[in-house]
Design a binder for this molecule. Structure first.
Ligand SMILES: *Cc1c(COP(=O)(O)O)cnc(C)c1O
Length: 386
């Protein structure tokens, strides 16, 4: 265990559990690496706020000069408060409501990533009423199925996301008649937790083909936004703490066929923020089941939903016991059978009051906390403040 120093574990013992713990130095090293590798090609990064919208984390990301990718009006309000530049803010989502569109127009964001014909018409109407021209990108569904959990694929035609390619001709003729939107980009996002870079290779090929089609219409957009989705190593978070951003950005640099002055944008969430976070939880009881032992902990699906929602795997470590190992089903206190963090997990012999760390939970962890069973919303602590 590289991540947890004895001194930190000593402090954990005095804190009320469960809580999220963020290692700020891991976040900063990750941001540094993204900056350097993307900087080589002049790529622009928008941090996907939905992965984690903690004030302190957003401020650190802001200080590295990143932009943001928002999926709601409240996310836009939050990042404006934190001090992100509206000029580096993009707004995606299949269901942008009226107030959200108006709010984004009032803040003069960089780009609306649009997902349907009626959405384009509504943005055009609202922008017209304000005497503005809304900058838009078309989110195109490239019909690529990345090897990831089916709940987190977004770029295949059966998903609700994006504009299908058969609809493009239609959309382009519509756009000619919309005077208050300006097409500035093409947007893609094929899914999340993508480990096999072949999927990104297919994405590049698809983007190149779609660009050819646009060029036939004599349309050359200012930017190509390839979204996010780069995966992380959940099995061994200490081995690959920082994803291979050099290889990732290098692939796009090799394969994307760009027109002169065309910029490339990325929207990274998980790959930036997942590895710096852990959920620290206390063992309440060890209970003998018929076939297995249960380690019942004080965190549940209300603090970390991913295992229940997507059958997500998170590495679990016992921070305070070191004896010979045994197997446990690590479960929470919530009244749902899906409230289970892992089955038949190997841990050192575990007892009441031991502290466990559930690893790699910085992305889509705390932000998904909810109050079922009237649980308190989970707290967070940071390595540089303990
Ligand atoms: C969620 C999302 C992202 C970020 O995805 P990660 O897998 O966390 O990198 C990027 N773009 C859009 C449009 C999204 O919805």
């Amino acid at each position: 265990m590289i991540m947890f120093k004895e001194s930190a574990i000593h402090k954990f013992r005095k804190l009320p559990t469960p809580f999220y713990y963020y290692d700020v130095s891991i976040l900063e090293k990750t941001l540094q690496c993204v900056s350097e590798e993307a900087g080589k090609y002049g790529y622009q990064i928008h941090y996907a706020v939905k992965a984690n919208a903690n004030d302190k984390i957003l401020k650190i990301i802001r200080d590295y000069g990143f932009g943001v990718d928002c999926v709601s009006g409240n996310e836009i309000a939050k990042v404006m408060n934190i001090g992100f530049d509206p000029e580096c803010t993009v707004f995606a989502g299949v269901g942008k409501s009226d107030w959200e569109i108006n709010f984004a127009l009032d803040h003069n964001i960089f780009c609306f990533n649009c997902e349907s014909k009626p959405e384009l018409e509504v943005i055009n109407e609202f922008a017209g009423k304000k005497g503005k021209i809304a900058p838009i990108a078309l989110r195109i569904n490239p019909n690529i199925n990345p090897a990831t959990h089916h709940y987190i694929t977004t770029g295949i035609e059966e998903n609700k996301f994006g504009i299908s390619q058969w609809e493009l001709d239609n959309i382009l003729s519509l756009l000619k008649n919309l005077e208050n939107v300006k097409l500035i980009g093409l947007h893609f996002h094929i899914g999340s937790q993508i480990i096999d870079l072949k999927s990104f290779k297919s994405l590049c090929m698809s983007v190149n083909q779609i660009q050819e089609r646009f060029i036939k219409y004599q349309i050359i957009v200012d930017h190509i936004n390839v979204g996010g989705g780069l995966g992380i190593n959940y099995e061994d978070p200490d081995k690959n703490t920082i994803p291979d951003f050099a290889e990732y950005f290098g692939l796009f640099n090799n394969l994307l066929e760009l027109r002169p002055k065309q910029k490339v944008h990325f929207e990274l969430g998980r790959s930036i923020i997942a590895q710096c976070g852990s959920l620290i939880t206390r063992v309440l009881y060890i209970k003998n089941g018929v076939k297995t032992k249960f380690a019942i902990v004080d965190a549940g699906m209300t603090e970390l939903l991913r295992p229940a929602l997507y059958q997500a795997y998170h590495r679990i470590e016992n921070l305070t016991s070191y004896g010979k190992s045994d197997r446990y089903d690590v479960v929470g206190p919530i009244c749902e059978s899906s409230d289970c963090f892992g089955k038949y997990i190997e841990l050192p012999e575990t007892k009441r009051n031991d502290l466990l760390a559930i690893r790699s939970v910085g992305a889509y962890g705390e932000i998904m906390a909810f109050r079922y069973n009237l649980r308190d919303l989970v707290k967070s602590y940071y390595s540089d403040e303990l």
